[in-house]
Design a protein around this ligand. Structure first.
Ligand SMILES: NC(=O)c1ncn([C@@H]2O[C@H](COP(=O)(O)O)[C@@H](O)[C@H]2O)c1NC=O
Length: 520
């Protein structure tokens, strides 16, 4: 059967829309093409006011709309007209016996439940905005797509008018519309059920909903996942962020580009000053702040130029021309920034392959969701804390108190360390990481790695941060032997006394934050 022969002419339409955008044009176009219109309350009034003939649904059902609109279209004369499978003789015969006319087109959009909740309305007001008749019609029409076309968005009206002039929608188009319709009602039900789960949840102390569902849209299929044998795709939540970033230049973003870019933005936005973070395999090979982004980039790159080759760079300010020219000299996979100053894009795009992203929003996701076999873990996203991450609240555990300038150096090391996968040790100097020990299964090896990466000269006099407490003095001893000026760590080990003693013996300043930043 050809697509042409699948077409079903549009002769009779049921229109019931809360959002009246484009309604008059749609009604007029349908009427001019000879389509009979049946409609509900205020939708019918708007159509009639536009001078287009319309039959009120009450005239069809012989039953008044009642209960403040709770019952309008919930009637067999409506639903039999939508649900009759016109391919079946028996259905056609039954409609004739019952005196029911079939509908070929259903145009419905639903009460604004989400918007009502967001407006801070009372529970009763929210409940009243749960559409019942609308989803019933949409689901019925979508189920019966072999006979009926269903439209749930004013964005589709132009297609409807094109189809009506062209002999109707073919079956493939009706299937696509049905898929859209079921998604529309599914998203609606997710909003309603999520609201119920939080607004009417059984009393317990959990701040997490009793039921969790989400709706994500596939933005595009990626070339592959973490490895070439893994198919992968990107989904967006519709709330901006990295997944919706605008790509201004370069090859298609890969799965690994996205994960590294996410980590890089997390690191760069931890700092108030202009900051650049360079990430490889989700770990920093350089983080630095500076008077401007060009300086921050030079300092970040200097941390580990070998590893920065092929890195992903995030900036918390617009990229300047000067920074862009520096970046263009180095093989870089991705640059992401809130914007690009004049001349910056020109400099970057001289490199054919570099991916350039504009992402105006700071990272915002409030909850981390991690799938595990058979379920998922949810946690409130780790952020810098008002207290533990502010040096004003730190406890001096050993040595002399630092001067404000030195304390600022140690505070930079502490914040930058949060971007390193645990066990994390980070050495910093002049507002730049100089040695990073990441992802080791014991803290001593992380200390060794950080010191080795920094090299003797840069380690000496640097400021060291540890994402979690030292369980033994062996880690700090390595840092002390390398000549660090001060150490910051959460504290809280049962052997804190031994750790403090090691620092005291060496005359090294040590602060406790009381806050931990594991990052896995
Ligand atoms: N109760 C019903 O039978 C019913 N039938 C259609 N609706 C909704 O009423 C709205 C349109 O109403 P009106 O044409 O009165 O503006 C649409 O959003 C439609 O989804 C209904 N409303 C709620 O359930």
């Amino acid at each position: 059967m050809t697509a042409e022969s699948n077409k079903r002419p549009l002769r009779r339409a049921l229109v019931s829309v809360y959002d009246k955008t484009g309604l008059e044009e749609l009604a007029r176009g349908l009427h001019e093409a000879g389509v009979e219109l049946v409609s509900t309350g205020s939708t019918a009034s708007r159509i009639a006011a536009a001078g287009v003939p319309v039959t009120k649904v009450e005239e069809l059902t012989g039953f008044p709309e009642c209960l403040d609109g709770r019952v309008k279209t919930l009637h067999p004369k409506v639903h039999a007209g939508i649900l009759a499978d016109l391919r079946l003789e028996s259905h056609r015969e039954q409609l004739a016996e019952l005196g029911v006319e079939p509908f070929d087109l259903v145009v419905v959009n639903l009460y604004p439940f989400r918007e009502t909740v967001a407006s801070g309305a009372t529970p009763d007001e929210c409940v009243e905005q749960i559409d019942i008749g609308g989803p019933s019609m949409v689901r019925a029409a979508a189920k019966n797509h072999p006979s009926v076309a269903v439209v749930t968005s004013p964005g589709r009206y132009a297609d409807v008018l094109a189809a009506v002039r062209d002999g109707g929608f073919d079956l493939a188009a009706r299937k696509r519309l049905a898929a859209e319709a079921f998604r529309h009602t599914a998203e609606y039900d997710i909003a309603v059920s999520s609201w119920f789960a939080s607004a009417y949840a059984p009393a317990d102390d959990s701040q997490f909903p009793g039921f969790l569902a989400t709706s994500l849209e596939r933005a595009h299929t990626l070339r592959y996942g973490e490895n070439p044998h893994q198919p992968a795709a990107l989904y967006t939540s519709g709330e901006g962020g990295l997944a919706a970033a605008e790509q201004l230049h370069g090859k298609e973003m890969s799965y690994n580009n996205y994960t590294d870019t996410d980590a890089a933005r997390r690191a760069a936005y931890d700092h108030d000053e202009p900051c650049v973070a360079i990430i490889k395999h989700a770990n920093p090979c350089g983080i630095a702040v500076g008077g401007d982004v060009a300086e921050a980039h030079r300092k970040a790159h200097a941390c580990d130029p070998l590893s920065a080759f092929g890195g992903v760079i995030a900036v918390n300010r617009p990229v300047s021309k000067e920074m862009a020219e520096q970046v263009a000299e180095i093989f870089t996979e991705v640059v992401v920034a809130p914007d690009y100053e004049e001349g910056a894009l020109e400099a970057l795009t001289k490199k054919k392959n570099i991916r350039v992203l504009r992402c105006p929003d700071a990272p915002a996701h409030p909850v981390d969701v991690k799938p595990i076999d058979g379920g998922a873990l949810l946690q409130v996203t780790d952020r810098l804390q008002a207290e533990g991450d502010d040096p004003a609240h730190w406890t001096l555990a050993s040595g002399d108190a630092l001067s404000p300038a030195e304390l600022a150096e140690l505070a930079f090391a502490w914040k930058a360390c949060r971007a390193v996968k645990s066990n994390a040790i980070l050495l910093a100097k002049d507002g730049a990481s100089v040695g990073v020990g990441m992802g080791q299964v014991n803290r001593v090896d992380s200390c060794k790695l950080a010191v080795e990466r920094a090299g003797e000269e840069r380690a000496r006099g640097s400021y060291a941060a540890s994402d979690a407490f030292f369980p033994f003095p062996d880690g700090p001893e390595i840092l002390i032997a390398a000549g660090v000026r001060a150490i910051v760590q959460p504290g809280g080990s049962i052997r804190d006394e031994q750790v403090i003693e090691a620092a005291q013996k060496a005359g090294v300043t040590m602060y406790f934050t009381g806050t931990r930043h594991f990052f896995h």
